[in-house]
Design a protein around this ligand. Structure first.
Ligand code: NI
Length: 178
């Protein structure tokens, strides 16, 4: 298992529409294991393949925030929304590709998703609460959409400027370390 480097916005690889996964192979299983390890290490509740520079329709999540509870690592390959509720929910979202920036995003409160599991079978499940928000946020990533694309242009530009600055600082630190 390898911890992968998480791309920081702005990055053209975060703006692409990802390709479907043709079938579950050992490479896909390894990718999913790496992504789960990277997500838990961050720590985060979701991570999509494009965030580690892999242009495939695959994301992992575990929106169980109770530290006492059993982990629920969930891998969704080629996920799609089957139906979503009219009722909406507002959540203060963040993203591992946009560290330490948060904004309120409105999304359907409940969604039914269908996906291919690592077992090669089709799964379908209703997600509610934080799981629903997280699943929709991650699915967005597979279509090149970030949570800041759901907020005002002014706030988005403000956050993007901060990220450009953060990336510049990190690049400088790397040079200093070398
Ligand atoms: Ni994200």
């Amino acid at each position: 298992m390898t911890l992968r480097n998480i791309l920081i916005h702005p990055d053209p690889r975060l703006k692409k529409i990802c390709d479907p996964v043709a079938r579950i192979t050992p490479d896909i299983e390894m990718l999913a294991a790496d992504m789960l390890a990277t997500m838990y290490d961050a720590p985060g509740i979701g991570l999509a393949a494009p965030q580690i520079g892999v242009n495939l329709r695959l994301f992992v999540m575990d929106a169980n925030r109770d530290p006492e509870a059993e982990p629920q690592p969930t891998v969704l390959v080629n996920p799609e929304i089957v139906s979503s509720s009219d009722e909406t929910n507002v959540y203060e979202e963040g993203c591992l590709s946009i560290p330490e920036q948060y904004a309120e995003v409105t999304r359907p409160a409940e969604v039914t998703m269908r996906w291919l599991g690592l077992d090669g079978k089709t799964h379908e499940r209703d997600f509610a609460g934080l799981w629903a928000t997280c699943a929709q946020h991650e699915l967005d990533h597979l279509n090149g959409v970030l949570f800041i694309d759901h907020i005002s242009a002014i706030k988005r530009q403000m956050i993007t400027r901060k990220m450009v600055k953060l990336k510049r600082e990190r690049a400088r630190e790397k040079v200093a370390e070398a």
